[in-house]
Design a binder for this molecule. Structure first.
Ligand SMILES: NC(=O)c1ccc[n+]([C@@H]2O[C@H](COP(=O)([O-])OP(=O)(O)OC[C@H]3O[C@@H](n4cnc5c(N)ncnc54)[C@H](O)[C@@H]3O)[C@@H](O)[C@H]2O)c1
Length: 253
C-alpha cells in the first residue's frame, strides 16, 4: 500500500503510539482521520498535522458512535485504505482484592474497548476497503492492530487487559482469512514497554523497575519506534495474518 494519496483511520490517535502513527502517515502523504475518546487531544493531533487531518471524538466501545465516526470519514474523505487500532484501556484490577471479587463490569469494560471495539473498527473499515479499486497486486486495504506483550506475559492485576490483547491476536488469523479474498491484510504489533501516557502515571521507582525487564537497549520504547514498524507493515505486502513483537527483548514478570 502506497501511503501517498491513501486515507488512514487511526484510533487512540490523540496520544502515544496512535498519535505517532497518525503523524508518520501524514508525513508519508496520507490523509488521516484522528479518532480518540478525548476530543481535545484528537483535535491537537489533527491541528499539528494540519491540512488533510480530520479529528473525530469517538468511544470505540460504542457501536453507534463508531458508525457516526465512519459517516464523518466517508463525508470528508470518501474512502478508507488503512486502519490502525491503537485505542486501548489498560484498567488494572486483581481478580480478588481485600477478599472481594473484581466487579465484573471492570473486566467487561476493558474487553469492550480493546477487543470488541477493535473488531467493530475492523468491520467498519473492511467494508469500505472492500469497495476500493484493487492496485496492481489486488491490494485494497491494510489493518494494523496494536496488541501487547501482555497477551503472553500479563502481570498481576492484568487479567482483563491480557485477555483482551490475547483476543486481538487470536482473531487476527481468522479475520485475515475472511478478508484475503478482498485484498485486505491484517497484522498486529505487540509492543513491550513504551513511554506513553499509559505509563506516565507510574511513580519513578515503578518505571525504573519496568526498565530492568528490558534486555537491550535498556530503556522504554518510543512511540515513534512503533509508528515506524506500522508504516513498514503498511508498505510491505508480504506481511499478513501475524503478530510482530516490538519489545527490545523485554519479558514482563
Ligand atoms: N504503553 C505501553 O507500554 C503499551 C504496551 C503494549 C501495548 N500498548 C497498547 O498500545 C496502544 C496505544 O497505547 P499508548 O501506550 O499509546 O497509550 P496512550 O494512553 O498514550 O494512548 C491511548 C489513547 O487511546 C485513547 N482511548 C482510550 N479508550 C478509548 C476509547 N474507548 N475510544 C477511543 N479512544 C480511546 C485514549 O484517550 C488515548 O489517547 C494501546 O492499545 C495499548 O494497550 C501500550
Amino acid at each position: 500500500m502506497n501511503l501517498d494519496s491513501a486515507v488512514a483511520v487511526v484510533t487512540g490517535a490523540g496520544s502515544g503510539m496512535g498519535r505517532a502513527a497518525a503523524e508518520a502517515f501524514a508525513r508519508g502523504g496520507a490523509r488521516v482521520a484522528v479518532l480518540d475518546l478525548d476530543g481535545t487531544s484528537a483535535g491537537a493531533t489533527a491541528a499539528g498535522i494540519g491540512e488533510g487531518a480530520l479529528a473525530v471524538e469517538v468511544d470505540i466501545a460504542d457501536p453507534g458512535a463508531v458508525e457516526k465516526a465512519f459517516a464523518r470519514i466517508d463525508e470528508a474523505f470518501g474512502r478508507v485504505d488503512v486502519c490502525v487500532n491503537a485505542a486501548g484501556n489498560p484498567a488494572p484490577g486483581k481478580i480478588l482484592s481485600r477478599g472481594a471479587p473484581l466487579p465484573l463490569e471492570r473486566f467487561t469494560a476493558v474487553i469492550a474497548v480493546n477487543l470488541i471495539g477493535t473488531f467493530d473498527m475492523m468491520r467498519q473499515a473492511a467494508v469500505r476497503m472492500a469497495a476500493n479499486e484493487p492496485d496492481d497486486e489486488g491490494e485494497r486495504g491494510v489493518i494494523v492492530n496494536i496488541a501487547s506483550g501482555a497477551a503472553w506475559q500479563g502481570q498481576s492485576g492484568q487479567a482483563a487487559y491480557a485477555a483482551s490483547k490475547a483476543g486481538v491476536i487470536g482473531m487476527t488469523l481468522p479475520v485475515a482469512r475472511d478478508l484475503a479474498p478482498h485484498g485486505i491484510r491484517v497484522v498486529d504489533v505487540a509492543p513491550g514497554l513504551f513511554d506513553t501516557t499509559m505509563l506516565a502515571g507510574l511513580p519513578e521507582a515503578a518505571r525504573e523497575s519496568l526498565e530492568t525487564m528490558v534486555l537491550n537497549p535498556k530503556r522504554l520504547g518510543r512511540p515513534t519506534e512503533v509508528a515506524e514498524l506500522i508504516c513498514h507493515i503498511v508498505s510491505n505486502r508480504y506481511l499478513n495474518a501475524t503478530t510482530i513483537s516490538i519489545d527490545a527483548g523485554s519479558r514482563m514478570v
